[in-house]
Design a protein around this ligand. Sequence first.
Ligand SMILES: Cc1cn([C@H]2C[C@H](O)[C@@H](COP(=O)(O)OP(=O)(O)O[C@H]3O[C@@H](C)C(=O)[C@@H](O)[C@H]3O)O2)c(=O)[nH]c1=O
Length: 186
Amino acid sequence: MKVIETKLKDCVVIEPTIFRDQRGFFFESFNAKRYEENAGIKLNFVQDNRSFSTRGVLRGLHYQKKFPQGKLVSVISGEVYDVAVDLRPNSPTFGMYESIILSGENKLQFYVPPGFAHGFCVLSEEADFCYKCTDFYTPGDEAGICWDDSTLNISWPISNPILSDKDLILPTLSQIKCDLLSRETD
Ligand SMILES: Cc1cn([C@H]2C[C@H](O)[C@@H](COP(=O)(O)OP(=O)(O)O[C@H]3O[C@@H](C)C(=O)[C@@H](O)[C@H]3O)O2)c(=O)[nH]c1=O
């Protein structure tokens, strides 16, 4: 496996080693020992998620407040533009984002640490998306930032995305900044 650093502290891209033969391919999509030794991912994953979306769907940018989730995300089939935003107030890269194209073809994985917001938009006709989480989904703890926040200025490759009702009314980063800072001192 190859681990590629990003400009955001602790957020890495993983290129798994793919074994191909006449039958097709094989790869380890997770291995606790290797992912800790090579990519520094020490937290245990406790929940696996899968979502299916069609072209133009944008999910995000989501995070959990009291129970932050680290996410190891990848695409089984299709192609997405995936985004992580550093929301850790004490981080040198607070408020910055990283993006990557994930696809069934490139088989890349993106590790989005706890304390980040995460989202993606679908570039193919359909996308089958999967991710492991380091904490459980906690209804009521969910939060988000609007995808088109001008401060973040994310270079989304689509316009007029299809959003959930919940994602249509998310606040901006500046609107949640006080909340993030107050939680840091709790
Ligand atoms: C995220 C999640 C949702 N649900 C339920 C709640 C709801 O009825 C339905 C759809 O939920 P959502 O609209 O929040 O799904 P979605 O918009 O796909 O939310 C996900 O977006 C991506 C970008 C992430 O990073 C994830 O952490 C998660 O926030 O599924 C669970 O049961 N468990 C979960 O872990």
